[in-house]
Design a protein around this ligand. Structure first.
Ligand code: SF4
Length: 296
């Protein structure tokens, strides 16, 4: 674990790609906090931290990491909920205290990208915001409604394309097993369709984890959830990968929640990824269920 010199409001999350970044909490929790599968911030009441507190943290982080750390990640759940009037001074402060950085990034929801004008997004990009991590989870409208994501196929595409047009790259997350057996095929096919339209720079698949047990999830999920076996999860992933049509997307399935570790560039490595999935399907006992996990 990379040492961080701040006392954070825990729990603190960051994407695997930000393991060597300085983490700055500009907000606490998630402004939405309603997705049926997500327990990341359910213990926190959402709040925007005041600029003086944030500035103090930037000073502490910069004193430790200036010249050493190349990236800053703005936490918690969705820093893009901040207006550009609030976000821009934070980015400017990071730049003035850290000096030259490779990038600043944060999690984002498509609707909070859409809430900004194109020129605001360009301003944020010019101030160093180069990458947004977006858990779109699925491209299937029915499933998006059942998990209470607050987005649709169209709003997701519009938000992400707007970021791309402003020169902000995206790293997109899809959640394998999100709809269980009943919605598996539509989840895989519509997720492949949405990724094909977006063509993000980075794509990762995580697997649905139920840290508080299946019943807790079933109480929040508005559909009928039937858990998939490991083989069924890999088969869903295979339909997803097979149906995608993208260019130069860096793909990873290496989260601790995943049953099968995969990595490649799509579409180039599609054949090899499918070969690895086919081998795993043959080797895995058909009725093996995923380990119950405390992973969030
Ligand atoms: S998945 Fe993202 S938007 Fe949904 S509750 Fe969790 S942090 Fe918030």
């Amino acid at each position: 674990m990379f040492y961080q010199p701040l006392e954070y409001n825990e729990p603190l999350f960051r994407p695997p790609g930000e393991a060597r970044s300085a983490i700055l909490q500009a907000t606490i929790g998630c402004s939405w906090n309603e997705c049926a599968f997500c327990e990341m911030y359910t213990s926190k009441k959402f709040k925007i931290r005041n600029f003086d507190e944030i500035k103090k943290d930037i000073t502490t982080l910069a004193e430790y990491y200036r010249g050493y750390v190349k990236k800053v990640f703005i936490a918690d759940g969705d820093a893009m909920v901040l207006s550009s009037g609030k976000l821009l001074p934070i980015l400017n402060e990071i730049n003035s205290q850290f000096g030259k950085l490779q990038r600043i990034s944060s999690y984002a929801m498509p609707r909070n990208i859409l809430a900004k004008t194109q020129s605001e997004l360009i301003e944020l990009r010019d101030a160093g915001l180069r990458l947004l991590y977006i858990g779109i989870e699925t491209g299937d409208d029915e499933l998006l409604r059942l998990i209470n994501k607050g987005e649709t196929f169209n709003s997701t595409i519009e938000g992400i394309q707007k970021a791309h047009e402003a020169g902000i790259e995206t790293s997109i997350m899809i959640l394998n097993g999100l709809g269980g057996k009943k919605y598996s095929e539509q989840h895989a096919i519509k997720s492949a369709e949405i990724i094909s339209k977006i063509n993000p720079k980075f794509l990762s698949t995580l697997t649905l984890s139920l840290p508080f047990g299946q019943q807790h999830f079933k109480n929040r999920f508005k559909g009928e959830y039937i858990q998939q076996s490991v083989v069924e999860l890999i088969e869903e992933l295979k339909i997803f990968i097979k149906n995608m049509n993208v260019e130069n997307v860096i793909y990873r399935s290496n989260h601790v929640s995943n049953n099968l570790i995969l990595a490649g560039t799509l579409d180039k490595d599609k054949g090899e990824l499918i070969r690895q999935m086919d081998a795993a399907i043959i080797e895995t006992p058909r009725h093996l269920m995923p380990r119950s996990s405390g992973v969030l």
